[in-house]
Design a protein around this ligand. Sequence first.
Ligand code: KIV
Length: 283
Amino acid sequence: MQQRKITAPDVAAAKNARKLTVITAYDAGQAALAEAAGADILLVGDSLGMVVLGQPDTLGVTMGQMLHHVSAVSAGASRALVLADMPFMSYQADVAEAVRNAGRLVKEGRAQAVKLEGGREIVPQVRAIVSAGIPVVGHLGLTPQHVAALGGYKVQARTAEAARRLVEDARALCEAGCFAIVLECVPTQVAALVTQDVPVPTIGIGAGPGCDGQVLVFHDLLGLYEGFKPRFVKRYAELAALIREALGEFAREVRSGEFPTGEHSFEMDPEEYAKLVSGLKKS
Ligand code: KIV
């Protein structure tokens, strides 16, 4: 396994050579676990809002929150590429603001690349960020930051016309300089078509097996997030149930006095203890 840090050019070069594994992470411990499992990319997704911060969607995530978690993931990663989501309204309104915010994720958070949601409408932002020397990943299909306009979390590009627009968006993002594109919740055939059409790797989530890589949210694949399970999620463990059981056992043992035992406690030297007790009696 490659020991030096994976870079954006390494990811781009994986196209047609090997499948890319992407796992989201939000803190140093998760980063170390995902990296040890062989993840090529650690995505600090704005799914942070839902799976860590308890929010109903990704829209409320701030730059401050992203920076806090991106720094933690960067500290826990030694090999995998750290990719940071640009939160809602950190790049849409203004190109200069987009560059400044992307710069903060790199400079303060130590991210190696940023991800933006959208197609042709964000090409000026992508071009400007890439010109500043920051690698960019695109995100097409179901873009959760557009949930209000999309009318919910629905599969996208189901019609020939919508799929054609998606292919054009993917081409535009590549021309603007994206080194990879996330495809979320699009039909398998459309994702495979885009994958064959563009020169950069596609990373699918709910986009079928034809993509160049796959991404899942850490909490989803481990069964830690029980709020909602989209059809595209495969749970490789049921950790929430295990954690509930372990925490319940702790609470029961505290109440019954079974915990702590001598094994988890510290003894005072008996002579010191005797001195303490006699001293207290005299005073
Ligand atoms: O925010 C996120 O975790 C994402 C992935 C679902 C691709 O963007």
